[in-house]
Design a binder for this molecule. Structure first.
Ligand code: SF4
Length: 242
């Protein structure tokens, strides 16, 4: 079940600024306090009329994989070279692993596949790994999500994902303590010592919620544990992009 399909600029992490075709899937297995994403199932979903035009037409769920592949191939032909990759996002896209097993081989013939995931469903990831070019894992801190960090699920997921190109994003906010951050960075480092680790300050009402000095203190703490630390806020809000 799809929630929306559109073309936009990646606003987070290592691929910031790249244009992607976003396929947002329904459902999620978590309920984070800061979640601002629509991921509920509906019989119709909006799909941009032309890539990036901002106007959509409704399509019917469940949509067959070949229709999505035709659409993406058409957008790729119309704007050659414009799109870097396809972002499979959600919700939690691995909630629909069975559909992805059918869709990804066809979509990957058109553009590389990037998966945006909350990193808690390792069994769903395992059979799809060979069809995914890049994995972006949101590591869930309790101070930000309002729910207990799923340490065990993150551990098994990271161990698997680290075999592929990937990044880990840690959303940090005003409630995040140095203790919590340090524990999480050490945990990630022990499993995936070479993974790029992004400290992403929480966006509240379209503003970065931490002062520069707070972020720099967090960066110093994390960098004393893990080699590859980047501080990257969300930027799509500044582009007025979805
Ligand atoms: S994992 Fe992502 S989509 Fe799911 S509730 Fe948390 S923020 Fe929302």
């Amino acid at each position: 079940m799809v929630v929306e399909i559109f073309s936009s600029i990646q606003g987070e992490g290592l691929h910031l600024g790249r244009r992607q075709i976003f396929i947002r899937l329904a459902d999620c297995n978590l309920s984070c306090a800061y979640c601002d994403t629509e991921f509920f199932r509906a019989s119709l979903f909006p799909c941009e009329i032309r890539p990036g035009c901002g106007f959509s037409t409704d399509r019917e769920n469940p949509v067959p994989g070949y229709e999505i592949a035709e659409l993406v191939a058409g957008w790729n032909r119309d704007l050659p070279g414009a799109h870097h990759s396809i972002s499979i996002t959600g919700g939690e896209p691995l909630c629909q692993a069975a559909a992805l097993a059918i869709w990804l081989p066809e979509l990957r013939k058109i553009l590389p596949i990037h998966l945006e995931t909350n990193g808690t469903l390792p069994e769903a990831l395992a059979p799809l790994l060979s069809e995914i070019d890049f994995i972006s894992i949101d590591f869930k801190l309790a101070s930000v999500t309002g729910v207990t960090t799923p340490w065990e699920e993150h551990k098994r997921f990271l161990a698997l994902a680290a075999q592929s190109p990937c990044q880990v994003k840690l959303v940090v906010g005003p409630q995040t303590s140095f203790d919590e951050l340090g524990t999480a960075v050490r945990f990630i480092h022990d499993i995936a010592p070479d993974v790029p680790l992004i400290l992403q300050p929480q966006t509240i009402e379209r503003r970065v919620s931490l002062a520069a000095h707070q972020l720099l203190e967090m960066q110093a703490l994390a960098a004393a544990i893990h080699r590859d630390i980047r501080v990257i806020p969300q930027v799509h809000h500044f582009l007025n992009a979805p």
